[in-house]
Design a protein around this ligand. Structure first.
Ligand SMILES: Cc1cc2nc3c(=O)[nH]c(=O)nc-3n(C[C@H](O)[C@H](O)[C@H](O)COP(=O)(O)O)c2cc1C
Length: 324
């Protein structure tokens, strides 16, 4: 086992309560995040927090015991600070502020604020000043809005005393999720202006090999992993060097758990199948051997057909492994 820490990234529309439950049960993560909770000029309501974050019923941990950090997104320092207090009064142990979301549906918040380091500073300072110091505060950013050279001013602005961690998604807002734009090397110089705050490397850390390469370039030994959690459901354990990547049969078994989990939360048949397709759709990006199966699976509309197909594929995968 190495000394790496591995966090499951916040993934809006993807890693919600039921999906986090499955991903964390396998992942071996040190921490996971809620999807971003939007804060407007009104403070967040406890009802919203309870609805979005089922982990509140379990001391802000997933069922396997992985701690959850609540992520807030907004542009109003006052309501963000008050919302952070509410989230913590209800049982959260830590808060993350999102300055990385590039969604076009997010207007003056998330990565849009990377253009305004002064406002980012005011938000972080206000939240830190308002929140009891026993609660950790972290911040998630990208390297810049248009250009990586903006990263220094951004980090200086948010490296407020009392911030525990800054996650750097190593792309700019303009880069969205383009693979060729990922630049771990832009992170390493940021340690100097981070006021001693731990920097967490994020972006395409999908294996132990990636983590080692990323450590060498970024000088970080903390990683946040998002989309890689689907093709490698035990990614945290893999990056820590204690498990091998799941074989295809175990990825498929994990997809069955996704189905079970969404059925248990009384979602419609369509939603259950959509979420299983979403899980497998992300998994096949790196596990291309799943592609033919995925094509057939996508034609299933009934859960019973989907489950049968997954079970048949598991049997086929195991027989093939046996014959090798
Ligand atoms: C579908 C999707 C939803 C996301 N939602 C959030 C979010 O709610 N909050 C956030 O800070 N980042 C969000 N992100 C960004 C991820 O947390 C992460 O920074 C990004 O995916 C890069 O990491 P990866 O290469 O390991 O996936 C999202 C990314 C994706 C693909």
């Amino acid at each position: 086992m190495n000394n790496y820490k591995v966090y499951l990234a916040p993934l809006e529309g993807l890693a919600d309560g039921p999906m986090r439950k499955v991903l964390c049960a396998h992942g071996g993560y040190d921490l996971c995040f809620s999807e971003f909770i939007r804060v407007t000029d009104l403070v967040v309501s406890p009802k919203t927090l309870i609805r979005e974050i089922p982990e509140y019923e379990n001391d802000c941990k997933t069922a396997d015991g992985t701690p959850l950090r609540v992520q807030l997104l907004g542009d109003n320092p006052d309501t963000l600070a008050k919302s952070a207090v509410i989230a913590c009064d209800m049982g959260a142990k830590s808060i993350d502020l999102n300055f990385g979301c590039p969604s076009r549906f997010v207007h003056h918040a998330g990565a849009m604020l990377l253009k305004e380091p002064e406002l980012m500073h005011d938000i972080v300072q206000k939240v830190r000043d308002t929140l009891d110091e026993k609660y950790q505060l972290s911040v998630k950013i990208r390297l810049g809005f248009l250009d990586k050279s903006e990263a220094f001013d951004i980090v200086k602005a948010i490296a407020v005393d009392g911030v525990s961690e800054i996650t750097v998604h190593c792309r700019t807002r303009k880069d969205l999720y383009k693979n060729e734009a990922l630049d771990w090397s832009a992170l390493s110089p940021l340690h100097e202006c981070a006021n001693g705050i731990t920097l967490i490397a994020n972006g395409n850390v999908n294996s132990l090999k990636d983590a080692k390469a990323c450590e060498e370039i970024t000088l970080c030994n903390h990683f946040m992993c998002g989309r890689g959690a689907f093709p490698v459901p035990n990614l945290g354990h893999v990056i820590k060097g204690v498990q091998k990547e799941y074989p295809i049969a175990d990825i498929l078994r994990t997809s069955l758990e996704v189905v079970e989990e969404f059925i248990a939360t009384t979602r419609t048949e369509k939603t259950v199948m959509d979420r299983a397709k979403q899980f497998l759709g992300y998994a096949r990006v790196h596990k291309t051997e799943l592609n033919p199966f995925f094509k057939t699976f996508c034609r299933c509309t009934l859960v019973s057909d989907g489950v049968k197909l997954i079970e048949q594929q598991i049997a086929y995968e195991e027989q093939t492994v046996h014959e090798l």
